[in-house]
Design a protein around this ligand. Structure first.
Ligand code: IPE
Ligand code: IPE
Ligand code: MG
Length: 255
């Protein structure tokens, strides 16, 4: 565990076995539609309820001393959904930023947005810029909202930018290394996720943080996103604490 994580880990570490706390938790918030269907409600009610679960997750992450929380809110592939659902999700993001930004700021949360801005309406882009600008100097939890995000699209943009530099003669291909690629991703400056949680029972990545999750631990939970609460979060972190991260080497216990 990094020194940074050790400094910020006291709450859960005390409650659990003292195992490692994740510095960066990334969540694939899935199952809003099924949560609603189970109750005979339209899908958008699940999305609406999902906002409350985001608020809970942000609060819990701060309490646990987690430094970075990424939430997958809208994928590059979610445009394939019916137009009314897409526009509801766009409206929900706007309402979330308008309603919650002041409180996030007063709680010292730094907001970052990853994903392609170009494909978004100008009023949403302005709001996202405002959220980042207002909170940029905050020193508490970094909340990363993945919106119109796709891991493959992100890598493709990075490749394109690097190829352009090579073409212009300002970059020697032999100097391209993994660190440089990381600098061209939207997540520049953010450590890779230690733990990825996916709710809803699906066990796939769905184009989330493709580059960054090379050595992340995955925990799949059988709860729908609107039901994700402090206990679910704590269970996932405890499961993470039981994992043996080897990064291709040997277990610390084997050394
Ligand atoms: C997650 O819930 C929210 C988004 C992907 C925007 P879903 O809308 O995918 O809910 P299910 O998976 O259909 O239940
Ligand atoms: C992943 O969920 C995207 C988000 C949570 C924003 P999806 O519901 O879109 O993923 P698939 O289609 O089941 O893989
Ligand atoms: Mg889904």
């Amino acid at each position: 565990m990094s020194g940074e994580a050790q400094r910020s880990a006291p709450i859960l570490a005390r409650e659990t076995t003292g195992e490692g706390m994740p510095t960066h938790v990334a969540i694939i918030m899935d199952g809003n539609g099924r949560w609603a269907a189970q109750r005979g409600l339209p899908r958008f009610e699940g999305h609406r309820k999902g906002i409350e679960a985001i608020r809970r997750a942000v609060r819990t992450a701060s309490e646990f001393g987690i430094n970075y929380l990424t939430v997958y809110s809208f994928s590059a592939e979610n445009w394939r959904r019916p137009a009314d659902e897409v526009s509801f999700l766009m409206g929900l993001l706007k309402r979330f930023v308008r309603h919650d930004l002041a409180e996030l700021h007063s709680n010292n949360v730094r907001v970052r947005i990853i994903g392609e801005r170009e494909g978004l309406a100008s009023d949403i882009r302005l709001l996202l810029d405002e959220a980042e600008q207002l909170t940029r100097a905050n020193t508490g939890l970094t909340l990363i909202i993945a919106f119109n995000y796709g891991g493959r699209q992100e890598i493709t943009s990075a490749v394109r930018a690097l190829a352009q530099k090579v073409k212009e003669g300002t970059l020697d291909p032999s100097s391209i290394d993994m660190g440089m690629i990381g600098e061209y991703l939207d997540t520049k400056g953010i450590p890779d996720p230690d733990l990825v949680i996916r709710t809803s029972g699906e066990q796939r990545v769905s184009n989330f943080l493709t580059w960054q999750t090379a050595y992340s631990e995955f925990v799949f939970l059988p709860v729908f996103w609107p039901d994700f609460d402090e206990t679910s979060f704590k269970n996932a972190i405890e499961e993470y604490g039981r994992r043996d991260r080897r990064f291709g080497g040997l277990s610390a216990k084997a050394c």
